[in-house]
Design a protein around this ligand. Structure first.
Ligand SMILES: Nc1nc2c(c(=O)[nH]1)N[C@H]1C(S)=C(S)[C@@H](COP(=O)(O)OP(=O)(O)OC[C@H]3O[C@@H](n4cnc5c(=O)[nH]c(N)nc54)[C@H](O)[C@@H]3O)O[C@H]1N2
Ligand SMILES: Nc1nc2c(c(=O)[nH]1)N[C@H]1C(S)=C(S)[C@@H](COP(=O)(O)OP(=O)(O)OC[C@H]3O[C@@H](n4cnc5c(=O)[nH]c(N)nc54)[C@H](O)[C@@H]3O)O[C@H]1N2
Ligand SMILES: [Mo]
Length: 719
């Protein structure tokens, strides 16, 4: 039986290299690809569940139209509640929701209706009344045809920023010059490992292999996380700071190292810009101060300083959850400073692991959508809606007002901050198109739903952000039913709208497998050695790959050094040029309406909403295989916080603030830091745990990230 090379295109560190078997048109087995040295132990449960996912009875197989036209849409705020009772959920628990609200239509009807709306909107209000929203549902070069379509349409409006990682990316770029890190397997050489707000045992399970290898050779492991996670089970030191205060912790550790003279003076003199100023900053931030800010023992700060001073090489792996606060760009800069002080960069077993973008070589061959509000080149895409403030920015848009949204690869209803605002904004539009494999909470808001391909149904080339490989995600199955990949949907719409034939031929691949491959080959042309034939054999390293990042100790910053003082940070983002600690805006100690004030704290609990092992955000939990181990949302709460509220294990509780509420069962958990409660993100509205009902749409201090982890709530027993 034939095995095919492919790779998992989900937004996940691991981006596993896979070999899959297909028998009689069915996917029957999934194995690790032996040449992806970062993921040798094979796919996680989600990866294995693809055999169910591709043939799931819940997949959308035809275009769907809302029954009764647009007047039958849900309206107003009344329905904007997540109760966990009665509403439709994933996994076919309420199949009637689909058939009741939507009817199957042909591609001809669907495309005609969409083309009609697009023509009308373009003529009456201009192309920018259309919002193109895309997120991280799948990786791939071919996703770029979306931007090309909208450019040829005459422009449109789209979003800037990102829900995921931009504060840390920008902080890293400002400090080190670019985002790259040592190859994943280099971690086995580290003697000290610090997982800072990173829960590898759930979100990057393949990294645990290398962590285990290092520990087996005597390496020390520190985990810094307000929750005692599965990852923390392996650590000798778990530091549990109050959320959003890691910058304070880092400054205090730096204070100790500098005060005791336990830094790498030579490295600092040669490779660090701004040390004298940083030293003065750290001097003002002693461990006693940080212990109080972070609500941790001073002994933890001392223990960490001792480890950093004595044990080399050291690697810090920083997660993304930790950088979704209003101060997190500055936090990340303070963390990197600890490695700069101790000479832990550019060496084997050492370094800063945030994002390894060495495989991201395709920017020059894809149609760009800018990440920042750009100066507008004429007629192109206006990038004016913040991902962080999606709902409110959509409502506020004037000149022109938004009339239509096109959503693909995203589920903004559950994943963007402030679900109530997102729902209101969607419902205020005249026309909504959603392209997805499943009838998600966002798809349920649509007027037309278009069926999306699965990863096995169209070839593409994908990159990664942890390991360095470029991989071929190969087509091994024909799309089921009437499913068409996005490239084909766009190509057909382009013809219908009368885009110039030569532009269509130049930018959009045809429908056949040969045409898709030719399109991909053309994009690979500038990269010697990178061909589909090569990639069909297995994962390939990108041109110029460096196993040890910054091994030449050249940092592409303005000064060519590691910048602890960054004039660019100050000029671009209006922050202090030094990584000074500022209290998060929404804080039990701050003065925001949500937080503490002279009348006391209204919402005293930090609502943590991290990722979890058996889902990727809102994906996978509709599968039977996954629901076996992940049946529904729960709220983790420390027994002291539960006791004070008369909450027992298993009680249904209301988690709420001024923005919204959810109702879920409580789970008493000594591993939570007191004052913190936790529901993982990605639950569908019908499951009752859609955490973004409570979060606020707010930007991070740099990079236009979403600071939705700054989220205070109260919890009470449901009456
Ligand atoms: N409160 C809170 N919210 C969060 C987070 C958090 O930690 N806390 N995490 C944030 C982070 S890190 C991220 S990255 C975002 C993720 O946000 P999203 O990218 O919106 O999330 P997903 O649920 O992974 O995927 C979106 C949809 O893509 C669809 N999809 C998959 N493949 C395809 C395809 O080939 N074509 C099309 N058209 N659709 C496809 C899936 O079915 C799914 O419905 O969520 C963010 N939201
Ligand atoms: N299984 C699985 N894997 C995934 C994903 C998934 O959804 N499921 N998503 C992928 C994506 S898109 C992303 S962005 C990554 C995210 O990967 P991670 O960064 O590992 O994941 P998160 O769960 O967002 O956050 C990690 C930890 O940060 C902690 N944390 C929150 N706030 C703070 C803080 O203020 N300080 C500190 N020190 N810790 C804090 C949380 O408790 C959590 O345990 O994972 C990727 N991998
Ligand atoms: Mo993410």
């Amino acid at each position: 039986m034939p095995w095919f090379t492919t790779a998992c295109p989900r937004n996940c560190y691991s981006t596993c290299g896979l070999r899959v078997r297909v028998e009689n048109g069915r996917l029957t087995a999934i194995e690790p690809h032996p040449e992806n040295e970062a993921t040798p132990e094979g796919p996680c449960l989600k990866g294995l569940s693809y055999v169910e996912r591709v043939v799931s009875p819940d997949r959308i197989l035809t275009p769907l139209r809302r029954r009764g036209g647009m007047s039958s849409r849900p309206r107003g705020r009344g329905a904007v509640r997540s109760t966990g009772r009665g509403a439709a959920g994933p996994g076919g628990r309420d199949e009637s929701a689909r058939s009741a609200d939507f009817e199957p239509i042909s591609w001809e009807e669907a495309l005609e209706e969409i083309a009609g709306e697009l023509r009308r909107i373009k003529e009456t209000s201009g192309p920018r009344s259309v919002l193109y929203y895309s997120a991280s549902g799948t990786k791939g070069l071919l996703n770029g045809v979306g931007s090309t379509f909208w450019r040829l349409f005459g422009g449109c409006t789209t979003t800037y920023g990102d829900l995921c990682w931009p504060a840390g990316l920008e902080a890293t770029r400002l400090t080190l010059g670019e985002n790259e890190h040592n190859a994943p397997w280099d971690l086995a050489h580290a003697r000290l490992l610090i997982l800072w707000g990173k829960n590898s045992a759930e979100t990057n399970i393949h990294q645990m292999e290398f962590i285990d290898a290092a520990i087996a050779k005597g390496a020390r492991l520190v985990v810094i996380d307000p929750r005692r996670t599965e990852t923390a089970e392996r650590a000798e030191l778990l530091i549990q700071p109050r959320p959003g205060t890691d910058g304070a912790l880092a400054l205090a550790v730096a204070h100790r190292l500098i005060e005791q003279g336990r830094i790498d003076h030579e490295f600092v003199a040669e490779h660090v810009h701004g040390f004298p100023e940083f030293r003065d900053l750290a001097r003002g931030h002693p461990p006693s101060w940080a212990a109080s800010v972070c609500e941790i023992p001073v002994s933890h700060i001392d223990a960490m300083a001792d480890l950093l001073a004595d044990v080399r090489p050291a690697t810090i792996c920083a997660g993304y959850g930790m950088q979704r606060y209003t101060n997190s760009g500055q936090t990340v800069r303070a963390l990197i400073a600890l490695l700069a002080l101790t000479g832990n960069l550019g060496r084997r077993g050492a370094g800063w692991q945030f994002a390894n973008l060495q495989s991201h070589v395709f920017d020059a061959v894809r149609d760009p959508i800018a990440f920042y509000p750009p100066e507008e080149p004429d007629g192109t895409i206006r990038v004016s809606i913040s991902m962080a403030r999606l709902g409110r920015d959509m409502r506020a848009a004037r000149d022109p007002k938004l009339e239509m949204i096109w959503v693909e690869r995203g589920n903004p209803v559950t994943q963007n901050p402030e679900t109530p605002a997102v729902l209101e904004a969607l419902r205020a539009l005249k026309f909504r198109v959603v392209v997805d494999q499943f009838l998600t909470d966002t798809a349920r808001e649509a007027d037309i739903v278009l069926p999306a391909k699965s990863m096995f149904e169209q070839s593409d080339v994908i990159t990664a952000y942890w390991h360095p490989y470029i991989q071929f995600k190969q087509k091994v199955l024909d799309p089921p039913g009437q499913v068409k990949p996005e490239s084909e949907i766009y190509r057909r719409l382009a013809h219908r709208l009368g885009f110039p034939a030569d532009e269509i031929a130049r930018h959009f691949p045809g429908e056949s497998d040969a045409e898709i491959e030719a399109w991909l080959e053309a994009r690979l042309e500038p990269f010697p050695g990178l061909t589909l034939e090569r990639l069909r054999a297995g994962p390939a390293l990108p041109p110029g790959h460096r196993e040890i990042a910054f091994s030449d100790l050249v940092f592409p910053t303005p000064t060519g050094k590691i910048e602890l003082v960054s004039e660019e940070a100050a000029a671009r983002w209006g922050v202090d040029a030094l990584p000074r600690y500022v209290e998060p805006v929404e804080s039990v100690r701050g003065s925001s309406p949500e937080g503490g004030d002279s009348k006391g704290v209204r919402y005293p609990l930090h609502f943590m909403t991290p990722n979890t092992k058996n889902r990727i955000h809102s994906q996978f939990n509709n599968l039977r295989m996954i629901r076996e181990v992940s049946p529904g949302p729960t709220l983790s709460i420390h027994p002291d916080d539960a006791g004070a509220r008369g909450i027992g294990d298993g009680d249904r509780v209301v988690v709420y603030n001024d923005r919204g509420r959810i109702v879920v069962p409580a789970r008493l958990d000594f591993g939570m830091k007191a004052g913190c409660v936790c529901v993982t993100n990605g639950w569908w509205i019908g499951e009752g745990g859609t955490v973004n009902f409570c979060s606020k749409g707010r930007g991070t201090d740099m990079g236009h990230g979403a600071a939705f982890h700054e989220n205070l709530v109260e919890v009470v027993r449901e009456r």
